[in-house]
Design a protein around this ligand. Structure first.
Ligand code: FES
Length: 105
């Protein structure tokens, strides 16, 4: 497992989604959930919009554009437009107060 440092845990806020640019790949988004931090693709699987404009609600990531809801962990879409795929999540670890994720394909 190869971990990439994404940001300080203190930079994340409740119900907020934070976008992080990662060299050589598409941006990653972070949110506080499950007693720690979760990491997922920032790009909505419906229409290439940034999920950092959305929010966390009842264990789901909500897209602010068409309001698709993605289960934290599985990425399964609910209340989503036709053609919306599953959101990809990545394993995370907190080390020295920072959020790291395994972003391997
Ligand atoms: S762009 Fe996210 S639901 Fe349409």
């Amino acid at each position: 497992m190869s971990l990439t440092r994404l940001c300080a845990l203190a930079d994340l806020g409740p119900d907020k989604i934070t976008r992080v640019e990662v060299e050589g790949r598409s941006p990653v988004a972070l949110a506080l959930a499950d007693g720690g931090a979760v990491a997922f693709d920032d790009t909505c699987p419906h229409a290439d919009e940034s999920l950092s404009q959305g929010w966390v609600e009842d264990g789901r990531i909500v897209c602010a554009v068409h309001f698709a809801e993605f289960e934290i962990g599985s990425g399964k879409a609910h209340n989503a437009p036709i053609g919306c795929g599953r959101l990809r999540f990545y394993p995370t670890e907190i080390r020295d107060g920072a959020v790291h994720a395994d972003l391997a394909d």
